[in-house]
Write a protein that binds this ligand. Structure first.
Ligand code: ADP
Length: 192
């Protein structure tokens, strides 16, 4: 089993590259953002509470996303590997993920970190807001709040996995195809 964390700030292209990576490597895609939006669409009590937090650009509680990931891991016992997108976002989530994976006798193979400048992120997110229907992409203040949350709570996740020499930085600016090629070459190095 080879498990990957695709890491980077909001708007760094994790969703786009995830789609291509899961197809190329036969991985199961676990995006906590997508799981939360599906709870919102179904109007579950978890979804209704999460939406209030997401619309402020803040992080939902660790226990909520860890619980969703734990269920998704259990639901896919035959998986050849998982691609985590938008998770883990805090050190507590990273530690919980490592524990969940070790209970399944597996671990994170690599953390691929997409580097994109802040002005490019804001531009991409506001642009996505024109078509995505995502209420957290519409307003510059919410977009900037998400980037602030990333710097305050999420960027430390790279330091956490850095202790285990698992982090590789990849330039997240360029064409989708160019970035995909860079990501694949890092994965292939570790698979061979
Ligand atoms: P983006 O990275 O483009 O901002 P996501 O779809 O990954 O978008 O997440 C959207 C929102 O969902 C986040 O701003 C946050 O409120 C919530 N969220 C998603 N994943 C997590 C997580 N692992 N921990 C806490 N909150 C999360």
């Amino acid at each position: 089993m080879f498990n990957i964390i695709l890491f980077g700030p909001p708007g760094s292209g994790k969703g786009t590259q995830s789609e291509k990576l899961i197809a190329a490597y036969g991985l199961i895609h676990l995006s906590t953002g997508d799981l939360l939006r599906s709870e919102i669409a179904k109007q579950t009590s978890l979804g209704i509470e999460a939406k209030i937090i997401m619309d402020k650009g803040q992080l939902v509680p660790d226990a909520v996303v860890v619980g969703m990931i734990s269920s998704a891991l259990d639901a896919n016992p035959q998986a050849g590997g998982f691609l985590f997108d938008g998770f883990p976002r805090t050190v507590a989530q990273s530690e919980a993920l490592d524990t969940l994976l070790s209970l399944k006798n597996t671990e994170i193979g690599v953390v691929l970190a997409l580097d994109v400048s802040e002005e490019e992120l804001v531009k991409r997110l506001l642009n996505r807001g024109l078509t995505s229907g995502r209420s957290d992409d519409n307003t510059e203040s919410v977009v900037r709040a998400r980037i602030t949350e990333y710097h305050a709570k999420t960027s430390v996740v790279a330091r956490y996995y850095g202790q285990f020499n698992k982090v590789v930085h990849v330039k997240g600016e360029g064409s989708v195809a160019e970035i995909f090629t860079l990501l694949c070459s890092e994965i292939d190095k570790r698979l061979s």
